[in-house]
Design a binder for this molecule. Structure first.
Ligand code: NIG
Ligand code: MN
Ligand code: MN
Length: 329
C-alpha cells in the first residue's frame, strides 16, 4: 500500500507534560499509537470499537502553483506538536493512531495526491475515521479520491457531501495544472463524469477573496455557500437551516477546513491571511460541532497551516483546537 512518498512519524513528536498515567490525567501524547506502515499494518479495531487515524500531508506544491506563500510542508509536524499536550476527553476505548505522512516528492503533486487517496481508502476500510493534517488545500482532491474509492467499495451509490469551511471557493479551473485553488472544481468534474450531483457547501465565504467568476462558477456547479458575515448569533437560525438542509440531503460528509477562513489575528500562519475572516467564537464552534455530531462525517482535514508565517503558534493551536473538537466525545 505504501510507496516512496510515505514517511512514518517520529514517535518523539508525541511528547509533552505528564500529569500521571491515570486515564483522567492523560494527554493525547499518552494515547496516540504511532504506526510505521513500512513494518506494520493499520491495527485492527475490536468489535464496535471506534478509531481515529491521524495522517499528515507534507505538501506545498499546490500553494506554489497557486502563487501562494510557501511553508505548508511543515504543517503536519507543527500540528502534532500543538496536539500533543491536549487533555484526553474521549472514551477510554477510542483507538488513536498516527499513521504517518505522505510527502510530495519534488513537483509531483498528482503522485502525492494519489498516494494520500490510497492511504485514506485503506484507513477507512480498516474502520477508522481519518483526520488529515495539511499541507495546502490541494489536500482536498486527494482526500476526495480516498473517500470516493472507499464509498465505491463499501457503499456504492451513496452520496458524498463536502463541507468546506473556507474564505475561498477553490473552484478555479486547472490552468493548466491543478493547484491549491482548484480541488473542488476537479471534484465537481469527477462527480459530473460519474453522473452525480456535486454536493458542495462552503462556510465562511468572503466577497473580497473571490472573483465574480468564482461566484458564477459556484452557481453553475450548484454549490451552496454561507458568507462569513452570516456566522453570527443574529443569523444563527438561517445558517443552521442551510447547514441542516445540506446535511440531510447527503449520506456521508467529507469536512475540510482551510485555516485562512479565520481572521488574521486568530490565524496569521496561512498563505492568504484575511483581516475580516471569521472568529472561532462559540457561535462558530457550535456550528462546527453540529457538523461533526451529525453522524455523517466519515473523514476530515485541516489545511493551509504555514508555520513559517505563524505568530506564537497561534494558528497551530487553533488547528489543534479544531482537532480536539473532532476527536472529543
Ligand atoms: N487555497 C487557496 N486558494 C485561494 C488563494 C487566494 C490567495 O492566495 O489570495 C484562491 O485560489 O482563491
Ligand atoms: Mn482559503
Ligand atoms: Mn481553500
Amino acid at each position: 500500500m505504501i510507496d516512496k512518498t510515505y514517511l512514518a512519524t517520529n514517535p518523539n513528536i508525541w511528547d509533552g507534560r505528564n500529569d500521571g498515567d491515570d486515564y483522567d490525567l492523560q494527554r493525547w501524547h499518552q494515547r496516540v499509537e504511532v504506526i510505521d506502515l513500512h513494518s506494520a499494518v493499520i491495527p485492527a479495531l475490536q468489535n464496535g470499537q471506534k478509531g481515529i487515524a491521524f495522517i499528515g500531508f507534507m505538501c506545498q506544491e499546490g500553494v506554489k502553483r497557486n502563487k501562494g506563500r510557501l511553508g505548508t510542508v511543515d504543517g503536519p509536524y507543527e500540528l502534532r506538536k500543538a496536539c500533543a499536550n491536549l487533555p484526553v476527553h474521549f472514551s477510554e476505548d477510542l483507538k488513536i493512531v498516527d499513521l504517518g505522512n505522505i510527502q510530495c516528492m519534488g513537483e509531483d503533486l498528482e503522485g502525492a495526491q494519489i498516494s494520500l487517496g490510497k492511504l485514506i481508502t485503506e484507513t477507512l476500510l480498516a474502520g477508522y475515521k481519518p483526520l488529515v493534517w495539511g499541507g495546502g488545500h490541494e489536500i482536498a482532491y486527494a482526500h476526495y479520491l480516498g473517500i470516493r474509492d472507499f464509498i465505491d467499495q463499501k457503499y456504492p451509490g451513496k452520496k458524498i457531501g463536502i463541507i468546506n469551511i473556507d474564505a475561498h471557493f477553490d473552484l478555479r479551473k486547472p490552468d493548466p495544472l491543478p493547484s491549491s485553488g482548484t480541488p473542488f472544481y476537479q471534484i465537481a468534474m469527477d462527480q459530473k463524469e460519474r453522473g452525480n450531483n456535486f454536493n458542495y457547501l462552503v462556510v465562511g465565504i468572503q466577497k473580497n477573496s473571490n472573483t465574480k467568476k468564482l461566484y458564477n462558477t459556484a452557481t453553475e456547479l450548484g454549490a451552496k455557500y454561507i458568507s462569513g458575515r452570516r456566522i453570527t448569533e443574529a443569523d444563527k437560525v438561517g445558517t443552521t437551516h442551510k447547514l441542516v438542509d445540506f446535511i440531510d440531503k447527503v449520506d456521508f460528509i467529507y469536512q475540510t477546513t482551510c485555516l485562512d477562513v479565520f481572521a488574521a489575528h486568530y490565524a496569521p500562519g496561512v498563505s492568504a491571511s484575511a483581516y475580516n475572516g471569521i472568529s472561532p467564537n462559540p457561535t462558530f464552534m457550535k456550528m462546527f460541532k453540529k457538523i461533526h455530531k451529525s453522524g455523517k462525517v466519515i473523514s476530515s482535514d485541516i489545511a493551509e497551516l504555514n508555520p513559517s508565517l505563524d505568530l506564537d503558534r497561534r494558528t497551530a493551536k487553533l488547528a489543534a483546537a479544531l482537532s480536539f473538537e473532532i476527536v472529543k466525545d
